[in-house]
Design a protein around this ligand. Sequence first.
Ligand code: SIN
Length: 343
Amino acid sequence: MGTIDTQLPGFRRRRMLQGLAAVAGSAAGLVRAAPAGLTIRLSHVVAEDTPKGLAANRFQALVDARSGGRIAVVVYPDARLYGDHDEMQALQLGAVEMLAPSLSKFGRIGFPEFELFDLPYLFPDVANVRRITQGALGQRMLDRLGRQRLVGLGFMDNGFKHMSANRPLLEPAHFEGLRMRIQASRVIAAQMRALGARPVTLAFSETRRALAAGVVDGTENPVSNFWTQGMHEVQTDLSLTQHAYLGYAFVANQRFWESMSAPDRTLVSEALREALYFGNQIADTQNDKALTALREAGGTRIHVPAPAQIALMRKAVEPVHTGLARRIGTAWLDDARKAIDGG
Ligand code: SIN
């Protein structure tokens, strides 16, 4: 399984991180000079016109308005500052103050229980995801991030993922022999293998290019990410499989978080709570808008699986659930299933 990452060659990125460790606040010229007052650098990997991008911008505007410009949130979208490979390290070193990675990206830094959100066909709908993310189980997961000097501030939805390639992907036989780009999640890797494909872990920012170059044959994402990355220009078919969820956790560097005064922490927390609420409100409509835009643009064939095809997909990925239970124990999954069933 290959790992290609982001915009900077390895040696430059390493040097940059070293520099940042020594002088947090100066990222080899990439970070804008901090205005007087407090600056919160928030890095993420998607486009601004996505649920996460819009929520991040809303957070920036709320903090700016409520602090009278004294606290500046500087948002770096589109992996312009850090990408999947180095953003967690950058956060832990204090090179940025906040991130909003997808939940799939927490497994590899020691929180495999976050991969339960990746399980195919676990959640019937977003309302059921929220029973976890807005409840006691979600809070327990956020609290655990403290073990890695992170502060888990809240969850936000994007939506359900769909499969794309240069052919329809509606049942396991259609995946045979395909190289599918995935996020760095063992659950997603197991899902692709169970479907007969070969998973290839790539940074989000490299995905479109890798699809265009034929390094990978297909991928999975909610439509908002598919559309805003221009993946439709390099994939002829989108299959609305809705097979698994994609959401985010907004996290802060613990040292930074604790260094803020109590009133500033309250101001920032409150602004983020509202921004995440806003993000959750618009996530569905952003994905719907992207699907409409995709249909209007033409050129992409859009498929909907038949019930019998969904049944085949569900059956094929059943072992992925037992595989995760073996890795993280049954307690997390039992609690998740209880929340989903309304228990
Ligand atoms: C994201 O939505 O943050 C990126 C998802 C991905 O890497 O596929």
